[in-house]
Write a protein that binds this ligand. Structure first.
Ligand code: MN
Length: 244
């Protein structure tokens, strides 16, 4: 399983897509813009194990702001939305207000539509992401991808019922491992975030859940089989409760 993957952006995307569809029980392909969602949905053959969702990545929010209406329209026809969110890191902070306007509209739309499942980017912006979610309690279910906030922010996110998708690259840093150690064990699902996320200079592939289970078993001090079973059970649980 892979709950956050840019499958359409790998070199040789068609082949990676075919292999993911074959190897994974479930792959969530998050797109970075509404137009990319439309193009990807057209270009790749529909497969029941691959969920393709419309998004508007905060790193390109300022370039794609005009596509917001299209996103809000697309959201009526799908169960899941992503990648969306906020990025407050120095490179993107200058466009924070545009990001916030878009994210706020997306969350409001989720509530208006009766709830959606979201894959959310929250780098250096956890507090604001949670505040937007809090503003619309019926938004649905949030899956915070590659969480990198503080321990206090993690507690707040857990308290709000958020889920977390984590991948092998998250274990590269001491802080990443520290955060993973504090995650609620029943709300963690695997992700690759490939091809952007890399390990050892290579893009993480959509079938990297066994590696995540291996790292998890070390951090959580559990047999690897137990960690792997947890990821499978959590993934099934998230899909069942949200209908994705
Ligand atoms: Mn991503």
């Amino acid at each position: 399983m892979d709950f956050h993957c840019h499958l359409d952006l790998y070199p040789g995307a068609r082949e990676v897509y075919r292999e993911a569809a074959e190897r994974n029980e479930f792959t969530w392909l998050v797109t970075t813009s509404p137009k990319a969602f439309a193009a990807t949905s057209r270009a790749l053959p529909a497969v029941s194990s691959v969920l393709i969702s419309p998004g508007l990545h905060p790193e390109i929010a300022h370039e794609r702001a005009a596509e917001l209406d299209l996103l809000l329209e697309q959201m009526a026809t799908v169960k899941a939305v992503g990648e969306v969110g906020l990025d407050g890191s120095p490179r993107f902070r200058q466009h924070y207000e545009v990001q916030r306007r878009i994210f706020r509209a997306v969350i409001a739309r989720c509530a208006e539509l009766g709830g959606r499942t979201l894959s959310i980017h929250s780098r250096r912006a956890v507090r604001d992401v949670l505040a937007e979610l809090e503003g619309h309690p019926n938004y649905g279910t949030a899956v915070l991808h590659w969480f990198s906030g503080s321990s206090a922010e993690l507690k707040a996110a857990v308290h709000m019922g958020c889920w977390f998708s984590i991948g092998p690259a998250m274990f590269d840093s001491l802080n990443g491992r520290k955060l993973v150690a504090a995650l609620p064990q029943d709300r963690v699902v695997p992700e690759s975030d490939g091809p952007f996320a890399t390990v050892g200079g290579k893009p993480v592939m959509p079938w990297s859940a066994p590696e995540t289970a291996q790292f998890l078993s070390e951090v959580w001090n559990l047999p690897v089989g137990v960690a792997a079973d947890m990821l499978v059970r959590n993934g099934a649980n998230l899909r069942k409760t949200t209908g994705i």
